[in-house]
Design a protein around this ligand. Structure first.
Ligand code: OAD
Length: 237
């Protein structure tokens, strides 16, 4: 598959939907979840990323999130993140849907962004329900709100629904786009995993960029195998 053909599709598209996963941040040094070196090799999601785990042991869950926050605080966006910012500036309409909670897309400058799994950099109070930006180095775990309620990371855990408004806007973007890019996601976690299928069923071309084949690759209109930080800048140069 030549990059030329995909470049032409992108250049003529009025509306572009992009879905990203952990793979786009891999070159920034942020661990992915699955695959070699993936977080779910050493940790069990049911111990750390469910509401039940948090109810059982909020300190343990926070230790894991605190560790990730400290690691990601040192990371910077890579060429893949920046290429998507360039594409957004150039395209008449682009919606970036990300499963990532690392905050690297907004740091790079992406504007029309839907962080459907939330953000590591926000907390939510279980008592007063206030959601607020929180980039502080946490000194006591688990952290507490000014109202003394328990704070949780404002992320979506397994078994929890996605925020309704974000899901609605994502579906609208996928249904209305002329091309969809799917970048650095294993395409295993719902509902994000079925978004590309929705585009394909409408006859919309789907371009997948991934280091390795995924369950989507055979069905995708174009599968570009390689690193996002390498392919995206060449695609969007
Ligand atoms: P995964 O860790 O499941 O998949 C990462 C994907 O990125 C894999 O398909 C890799 O082949 C690919 N990849 C790795 N390095 C890459 C690179 N440099 N360039 C391009 N692709 C690369 O991550 P997600 O699909 O994002 O959810 O995982 C989805 C959700 O599962 C996460 O949001 C998280 C996780 O459990 C929750 O915590 C709710």
């Amino acid at each position: 598959m030549s990059l030329e053909a995909v470049r032409a599709i992108l250049a003529s598209a009025r509306s572009i939907a992009v879905l990203t996963g952990a793979g786009i941040s891999a070159e920034s040094g942020v661990p992915t979840f699955r695959g070699p070196g993936g977080l779910w090799r050493d940790y069990r999601p049911e111990d750390l990323a469910t509401p039940e785990a948090f109810a059982r042991d909020p300190r343990l869950v926070w230790e894991w999130y605190d560790w990730r926050r400290r690691k990601i605080a040192e990371a910077t966006p890579n060429l893949g993140h920046y290429a998507l910012v360039t594409l957004e500036k150039r395209a008449p309409d682009l919606t970036l849907i990300t499963q990532n909670v690392d905050g690297l897309h907004p740091l790079a400058g992406s504007r029309n962004l839907l962080e459907i799994h939330g953000s590591l950099w926000r907390t939510r109070c279980l008592s007063c329900h206030e959601v607020r930006d929180n980039r502080e180095l946490l000194t006591r775990l688990p952290p507490r709100c000014a109202c003394e309620g328990l704070l949780r990371p404002d992320v979506v855990w397994f078994g929890e629904p996605l925020p309704y408004e974000l899901l609605k806007r994502s579906i609208r973007a996928v249904e209305g786009c002329n091309v969809m890019l799917v970048i650095g996601t294993s395409s295993l976690v719902q509902p994000a995993a079925s978004m590309a299928g929705e585009a394909l069923s409408r006859g919309t071309p789907v371009v997948e960029i991934n280091l390795d084949p995924t369950p989507l690759s055979e069905r995708a209109t174009h599968f570009l195998q390689g690193k996002a930080g390498d392919i995206l800048p060449r695609l969007i140069a």
